[in-house]
Design a protein around this ligand. Structure first.
Ligand code: ADP
Length: 166
């Protein structure tokens, strides 16, 4: 059985992430979306909130599971009894970092390979950071995230902005 882990911050999950999840669910028997805790970025949403948002947009896909993780990705992959990491490649700018990560992971864990899905052209410019930036100004993010996610992001962005000193 081919089991993959699709890791990321998903702060918040975008339509670009959803596209990669849907496509990998067709290629693999099972895909575990790994939501990274304790990353160096300070996230807009807690890991539990990010897990819940991912669950709400992937509920229609029976072979997808959402789990939080911290520590080394390869350890999480092994604990999941998976042997493949899925990553999305948007543009050449993603390439260098992704290549370095996948080669490092293969050295520290030779049984684990990384496969890359190139982004759907529709979403090649899209990132969680851009969505958050627009949301901070209460802009329209409906082309970038699912409707239920847009509501949550705009509400959280407004809360954060109100708490900042002017
Ligand atoms: P990370 O902080 O690990 O980059 P992200 O949540 O930003 O986490 O991204 C997780 C994965 O999803 C990465 O492989 C990234 O390249 C991919 N990804 C992000 N945005 C898109 C998009 N618009 N289209 C395709 N893949 C994407």
């Amino acid at each position: 059985m081919a089991v993959a882990v699709y890791p990321g911050s998903f702060d918040p999950v975008t339509l670009g992430h959803q596209d990669i999840i849907e496509r990998s669910s067709k290629i693999m028997d099972r895909v575990i979306v790994g939501v990274l805790k304790n990353n160096s970025k300070s996230p807009l949403f807690s890991v539990q909130e990010r897990v819940n948002m991912l669950k709400s947009v992937t509920g229609h896909l029976p072979n997808i599971e959402i789990l939080a993780f911290d520590g080394l990705l390869v350890d999480f992959v092994r604990n999941c009894q998976a042997d493949v990491i899925v990553r999305g490649l948007r543009a050449i700018t993603d390439f260098e970092y992704e290549l370095q990560m996948s080669q490092t992971n293969r050295v520290i864990s030779p049984g684990i390979d990384t496969i890359f899905l190139t982004t759907n052209l529709k979403y090649s410019y899209l990132s969680s950071s851009i969505v958050k930036e627009i949301a901070m100004y209460q802009g329209d993010i409906s082309a970038f995230v699912a409707p239920e996610i847009a509501v949550k992001v705009l509400r959280r962005a407004a809360d954060v902005k109100n708490k900042r000193p002017s």
